[in-house]
Design a binder for this molecule. Structure first.
Ligand SMILES: [Ca+2]
Ligand SMILES: [Ca+2]
Ligand SMILES: [Ca+2]
Length: 204
């Protein structure tokens, strides 16, 4: 099985694909996509739009039950404002929730949340544990800097082991931005096509 997974990952790399996660990890959806030249993934939104992030945790490869974990959500209030956040019923059945802090350091708010107690999450499971709904603010800007980031900072199993380092990736980030860059690219592409047509016409 391990060989198979290794080969699969290698194939994915050779094909230039993003290798799927085969280890414990934390993540959120939508992941966005790459629509410009800066390295961060982009989510195209419009001012006033409401949208929801779903946060997930994956215990693939862990030896023991995940008993507790703490994650930090950093968001840019000038671009997105939190309307509501909730644990999923599935997570509610497995963990108790403790909000440790929600600190505003403009333009960001940094929220630290610990899920612990309860049954915990057994190895080799994927759990969508939370949702958070945001509204896009007039400060929406395309600057290549993350507007939403989720990072796992601590994790313990039911044997009391610190397993934080087993999570990979332990963080994910995203920029929200207006559709402008792709529109400009489309216009440029149209412009290039137009020039090509004119050139052809002159030749014929
Ligand atoms: Ca980008
Ligand atoms: Ca920003
Ligand atoms: Ca932005």
């Amino acid at each position: 099985m391990k060989n198979f997974l290794t080969r699969l990952s290698l194939t994915a790399v050779l094909l230039g694909m993003v290798a799927p996660a085969y280890s414990a990890s934390i993540s959120f959806k939508p992941t966005g996509s790459q629509i410009d030249s800066d390295p961060i993934n982009d989510l195209v939104v419009q001012v006033g739009q409401q949208f929801t992030f779903t946060l997930g945790i994956d215990t693939t490869g862990l030896a023991n039950t995940l008993q507790s974990f703490t994650y930090v959500v950093t968001r840019d209030n000038t671009e997105i404002l939190l309307d509501s956040a909730a644990l999923t019923p599935a997570a509610d059945a497995l963990f108790d929730r403790t909000v440790i802090s929600d600190i505003v350091t403009p333009p960001f708010t940094v929220g630290t949340i610990e899920l612990g107690g309860g049954l915990g999450l057994v190895p080799n499971s994927q759990l969508d544990f939370g949702t958070a709904t945001y509204t896009v603010q007039p400060g929406l800007v395309n600057d290549g800097v993350f507007d939403y980031k989720v990072e796992l900072i601590s994790a313990f199993d039911d044997q009391g082991n610190d397993i934080t380092s087993l999570f990979e990736p332990a963080s994910q980030e995203l920029e929200v931005q207006s559709p402008e860059p792709s529109s400009i690219l489309s216009l440029l592409a149209l412009g290039a096509l137009g020039a090509g047509s004119i050139f052809k016409k002159k030749q014929s």
